[in-house]
Design a protein around this ligand. Structure first.
Ligand code: ZN
Ligand code: ZN
Length: 411
């Protein structure tokens, strides 16, 4: 590619969704707490600077036409956080079909159906080679680790809630489905292997969930539910999922997990009723702390934004483990956000803690097999619900209001 971005040059001339002037529909950041659908320029293999996008050549990239692109809890963090620029395309969970490949791409072909890991990873640096694709040393000029649709602090890669998206380092990043038709038929299941199923699975694996484990998961949102599904795959004996939202808790029960209604009871009592004592082997924090909670704490209005984590520390047994897939803000340079974590509880119980962005690509082969061959009905577990891309803003509103659904946008 020479930087041109007309639909004809991109090999998409007969695609009715790409308009004649090289524009496409996308969900964009429209100011604090607001998303809207707008026309943005089509992606090319050489990006120009734009809202939340850094200019670079991507001969190692491909252009993917969207089949499904999901709304994630971390998109809501972006919407309410400090890193977004108006007009920036949001989103990082994409399943689609390759429509154009860059000059340096060897493995991926036009027509391949693929899942895109939310991490942008070069595949060449020391961290990528060690499997730490969530902490690539090359894809983000400002710090290790990059993703799509979160602005320059996350590497300046355009978001994926759009009709088309650029995926760099495509040979390394993309998971290509062996059977494109099967992937289309099971779209609501395979759409979950770009982020939330690997995220839940990585948390469960890194915390040592195994046959017979007793597990408490904080948060019955899509990541909490995906994590519960992962714990079931790994053979956990008891999987308790806590939340304050009655609709979410009803869904937890309906898909076969044990709900813990934190609005109407003590977590210790609920756990004791299930396990026989108020302790579990593993606790998993799928809640994290919002920027708003941290700001409130910094202003003196809240003692501990890490409420869910502190609950978990209270009910994990001595020698147990905790995984934290939920996002905690690192803070601006030189600022350490006051989170109020009960570290004394961690120390006194000798609890092992794991955390951080999931290296999605590490798990996609086995999870695609689990979903497509092993009958893991992950779409049902997370209540995957399709909604047209044109109604993306409504999906954000409903997700923000705590809807017990995982919204999957389709063009
Ligand atoms: Zn996500
Ligand atoms: Zn790398």
């Amino acid at each position: 590619m020479s930087g041109s971005s007309s639909p004809g040059d991109l090999g998409r001339a007969d695609d009715a969704t790409a308009s004649a002037n090289g524009a496409q529909r996308a969900v964009v950041y429209a100011g604090p707490g607001r998303a809207e659908v707008a026309d943005v320029r089509l992606p090319a293999l050489e990006t120009r600077a734009g809202p939340g996008v850094l200019p670079r050549r991507c001969d190692h990239g491909v252009i993917v036409r969207t089949l499904a692109t999901c709304v994630c809890g971390s998109d809501l963090h972006t919407l309410h956080g400090p890193g977004a620029t108006p007009g920036m395309v949001l989103g990082h969970e994409l399943t689609g079909v390759v429509v154009e490949v860059g000059r340096d791409v060897e493995r991926v072909k036009v027509g391949d159906a693929c899942s895109v890991p939310f991490n942008v990873a070069c595949g060449r640096c020391a961290n990528c080679r060690a499997g730490l694709t969530g902490h690539c040393l090359s894809a983000n000029p400002s710090r290790p680790g990059a993703t799509y649709g979160m602005g320059e602090g996350f590497g300046g890669w355009a978001g994926m809630q759009a009709e088309y998206a650029l995926v760099p380092y495509a040979d390394f990043n993309l998971y290509v489905f062996a059977d494109a038709d099967q992937a289309r038929e099971r779209l609501l299941d395979v759409a979950m292997i770009g982020d939330i199923l690997p995220t839940g699975y990585h948390a469960a694996r890194s915390a040592g969930v195994a046959p017979g484990s007793t597990v408490y998961i904080a948060g019955a949102g899509p990541v909490g539910l995906a994590c519960a599904a992962a714990c079931r795959m790994l053979g956990a004996a008891a999987i308790i999922v806590g939340d304050f939202n009655a609709e979410r808790l009803e869904h937890v029960r309906s898909v076969g997990f044990i709900p813990a209604d934190l609005a109407n009871g003590s977590l210790e009592e609920i756990v004791a009723e299930v396990v026989g004592r108020p302790l579990v082997d593993v606790g998993i924090d799928c809640v994290g702390a919002s920027d708003a909670a941290v700001a409130k704490a910094a202003a003196g209005g809240m003692v501990a934004p890490a409420l869910a984590l502190n609950d978990i520390i209270g009910i994990v047994r001595h020698g147990g483990s905790i995984a934290i897939p939920g996002v905690y803000p690192a803070g601006a340079p030189g600022v350490r956000p006051p989170l109020g974590v009960w570290l004394g509880g961690v120390w006194s119980k000798a609890i092992t803690v794991t955390s951080g962005a999931t290296p999605v690509r590490r798990y996609q082969d086995e999870l695609a097999a689990a979903v497509l061959l092993g009958g893991v009905g992950i779409g049902d577990v997370v209540h995957a619900t399709t909604i047209p891309l044109a109604k993306g803003a409504e999906a954000y509103e409903m997700s923000g209001a705590g809807a017990s659904r995982k919204f999957v946008l389709t063009p």
